[in-house]
Design a protein around this ligand. Structure first.
Ligand SMILES: *Cc1c(COP(=O)(O)O)cnc(C)c1O
Length: 372
């Protein structure tokens, strides 16, 4: 990682530092596009591009060759349109009541996911609206999407509704052996055959790695672009985000003394404890804390791991640097990034990398490498 002297630049706020490698993001998109073979590779960029920053991520993805994007909300689509004037943009949360005209103004395509949405969209089309839309068919997740029977009933209305894509979403793609994958694949094959003229899309990041049968015409990876991984299948993907915090002070703690709120962890040897300037207000989940009974997450500095000690506070956390004598006040320690996978910290917090990335908070000073 490039070293920057924020303090000298006068813009160091004292909180964490977030380095986002846009070159790695672009390479990850190309790696996934290779894996997708003949299918088009889109990008899921909802949630501010999974927390890394939509305004920075999209130009890098566009330069890599991405032409189709998925957001969750109309407002995300409106921001994205200013960044990618010619892109195809789908709004996954569908047609929020009364938004058809707003969507059309920015050429955003709702992913229609219920007969109520279809009815409202049909009225908009009958009144001369020229917007286009995708159709979401539920194949077993029971979140969004019309049923297979409902989809069959829409087969001859694709043109009148201005449909450009038929899609579904996998519930268990991150568990390759889960029987729901094959069941959803079969159901989606049926749905796609109702609309022979439309491109079809089923796979997210994990689905893209199941087998080429899941690729259809368009794949929609999100987390894999941003360096979240699902084991060996993702070995070629690079970390994109590195979150760091600075050491505020290093203190000596004697045997038997506790560290932090609740006195949940006692040191068992004379210890050097470094206090870092980041905490759960920065999205570093408190559930990743350490205690006498259960080790928590680790940080990384001077080429070594330093385990957390005690509870994570709002703005501070403690790590054991007894075995890292060179650790000192002012040093940066990696919270997650190239050396500590985001999924590892997430696992300690009982959650997934997606949630860690999308809850990073506003206090990090963001630094982008390799912009488009
Ligand atoms: C978020 C999302 C994706 C991307 O999922 P990842 O697991 O991040 O690859 C694809 N499709 C839909 C419908 C989604 O909601």
């Amino acid at each position: 990682m490039e070293s920057i002297d924020d303090a000298a630049a006068g813009n160091w706020g004292g909180g964490g530092r977030l380095t986002v490698d846009l070159g790695a993001l672009a390479r990850n998109w190309r790696t996934l596009a290779d894996r997708a073979g003949g299918a088009e590779t889109a990008a899921a960029v909802k949630g501010d591009a999974y927390g890394i920053g939509l305004a920075e991520a999209v130009p890098a993805l566009a330069k890599a060759g991405c032409r189709t994007y998925f957001v969750a909300l109309p407002q995300e689509g409106i921001q994205l349109r200013t960044l990618a004037p010619a892109a195809t943009i789908y709004v996954l949360n569908g047609l929020i009541p009364g938004t058809a005209t707003l969507l059309a103004e920015s050429a955003l395509q709702p992913v229609l996911g219920s007969l109520a949405e279809i009815d409202e969209w049909a009225a908009y089309k009958a009144a001369g609206g020229d917007g286009r839309a995708a159709l979401h068919v539920d194949t077993g997740m029971n979140r969004l999407g019309v049923t297979l029977d409902e989809a069959a009933g829409l087969a001859d209305r694709a043109e009148a509704l201005g449909l450009s894509l038929v899609m579904s979403h996998l519930a268990c793609a991150d568990q390759p052996d889960h029987p729901l994958n094959a069941a959803q694949l079969a159901a989606f094959g049926t749905a796609a055959r109702f609309f022979p003229a439309l491109p079809a899309s089923l796979a997210n990041s994990a689905g893209l790695h199941l087998s080429p049968d899941y690729h259809f015409d368009l794949v929609r990876p999100g987390i894999a672009l941003y360096g979240g991984r699902f084991g060996d299948a993702f070995a070629a993907l690079e970390p994109v985000v590195c979150a760091e915090a600075r050491i505020v002070q290093v203190r000596q703690v004697g045997v038997g003394q506790s560290v932090g709120y609740g006195a949940t962890q006692h040191v068992t040897r004379p210890s050097r404890i470094a206090i870092l300037s980041a905490g759960y207000a920065d999205g570093y989940h408190r559930q990743a804390s350490s205690s006498d009974g259960a080790a928590g997450a680790s940080a990384f500095l001077h080429g070594r791991r330093a385990p957390l000690v005690g509870r994570i506070s709002m703005d501070l956390l403690a790590i054991d640097v007894t075995d890292i004598p060179e650790a000192q006040r002012g040093d940066h320690a990696e919270l997650f990034g190239p050396n500590i996978p985001v999924d590892e910290v997430a696992a300690h917090a009982g959650t997934i990398g997606y949630e860690l990335l999308t809850s990073l908070g506003k206090r990090y000073r963001r630094h982008y490498l390799g912009g488009a």
